[in-house]
Ligand binder design. Structure first.
Ligand SMILES: [Zn+2]
Length: 115
């Protein structure tokens, strides 16, 4: 998390209002023409392309694209590991659940026997 874009507004940022709820959004100019969801109302909206800006101007250079590729690959790998961990946790919980169900069933059976 060392390369997070700064929160300050740059002059290249695009400022626009959500057509649905009117909330103002400021987004990096590279987001021009993308469809995003409004953080306020959740409706999807198109980021306007500023006058005079060509979509070709928005294409990233290959170095940047590769960096994003590497980053998404790392994130993918992390997610895969997370999934494996969650699967192991799920198995454990299912085993615990099975034990608890058995205990409950035995308890109910014992209760029936008492009745
Ligand atoms: Zn909105």
């Amino acid at each position: 998390m060392t390369e997070e874009p700064t929160a300050e507004i740059n002059e290249t940022d695009i400022s626009f209002d959500c057509p649905n709820c009117g909330k103002n959004h400021v987004i990096d100019f590279r987001g021009a023409g993308l469809q995003i969801n409004c953080s306020a109302c959740g409706k999807s909206m198109l980021v306007p392309i500023p006058a005079g800006m060509e979509l070709g101007d928005l294409d990233l250079d290959t170095g940047e694209i590769l960096q994003q590729l590497f980053a998404s690959r790392r994130n993918h790998q992390k997610a895969e590991m997370e999934i494996q961990k969650l699967k192991a946790t799920l198995v454990q919980m299912q085993e615990t659940l099975a034990v608890m169900q058995k205990v409950i069933e035995e308890g109910l059976a014992a209760g029936d026997a008492d009745a």
